[in-house]
Design a protein around this ligand. Structure first.
Ligand SMILES: [Zn+2]
Ligand SMILES: [Zn+2]
Length: 245
């Protein structure tokens, strides 16, 4: 039964909505204060059709960045809400370490606009965590985002298709090829779930897109299982100054 309006206003009075970044009081839940909003770098077209890297000038739809022209990724695009910076990373960290689980809804609200372009054969697949990490943390932040997105868009979610058979080793110091091999080896497909993927347009959910190696490893498996398209949906995308320049 819905609470009478008087109780809602009492709850609002007791727990005023706060900016998810800096904690100042704001007018509604999941709203940023003006100062934090201005410091979040929301990503918009034109971007590389393959990796979502913002392109410096107005390019026709479908243009690729230099890196993707040389070596296109396995996935078919990245839909990131914001650039990874000190403000957006706070949101990712607070969700990941469980201090603000409600942030999954905030992130999914921003991802909804990208889901509209997915066809009726869409399926939401969160990037899996290794079970040891899942036991320690108790939840997978990508599943939380995926669940909210599934609820608001009506697109089904399946979190059994891919699993992490080993924790990814530290990648620092590895060459590009070594890194790719290490990440590829960490993921596997459950063969009995293969039919759930064939012909589907996958919305692969991750919290942060860093080098793209995780998404690529998952996309490779999903394409092998017959996925028609794999789009990476994430909160923040790391853009190095080198890439940006
Ligand atoms: Zn703020
Ligand atoms: Zn690119």
């Amino acid at each position: 039964m819905p609470l009478p309006a008087v109780f809602n206003s009492l709850i609002d009075f007791a727990l005023p909505p706060r900016c998810p970044v800096c904690g100042v009081t704001v007018e509604a839940d999941n709203r940023f204060c003006l100062s934090c909003w201005r410091q979040l770098d929301f990503l918009a077209k034109p971007w590389c059709a393959a990796c979502g890297l913002p392109l410096a000038f107005d390019c026709p739809e479908g243009s690729l960045c230099g890196k993707c022209l040389t070596k296109p990724p396995m996935h078919d695009g990245v839909r990131a809400v914001v650039r990874y910076n000190d403000k957006s990373s706070l949101i990712a960290m607070r969700l990941k370490y469980g201090t603000r689980l409600g942030l999954a809804r905030l992130i999914s609200e921003h991802l909804q606009k990208f889901a509209a372009e997915s066809s009726a054969n869409g399926i939401i697949i969160p990037v899996p965590l290794h079970r040891s990490r899942l036991w320690r943390r108790g939840f997978n932040q990508s599943v939380l985002i995926g669940r909210e997105l599934a609820r608001s868009t009506g697109i089904g979610m399946n979190y059994n298709v891919i699993f992490r058979r080993q924790a990814t080793p530290p990648l620092r110091g590895m060459s590009g090829t070594q890194r790719r091999r290490a990440v590829d080896a960490a993921f596997a497909l459950r063969s009995n779930e293969r039919s759930a993927i064939a012909g589907k347009s996958v919305l692969l959910i991750d919290d942060v897109y860093t080098s793209g190696s995780t998404s690529n490893a998952c996309a490779r498996l999903l394409k092998k299982a017959g996925a028609e398209q794999v789009l990476v949906f994430c909160w923040a995308r790391v853009i190095s100054d080198f890439e940006n320049g």
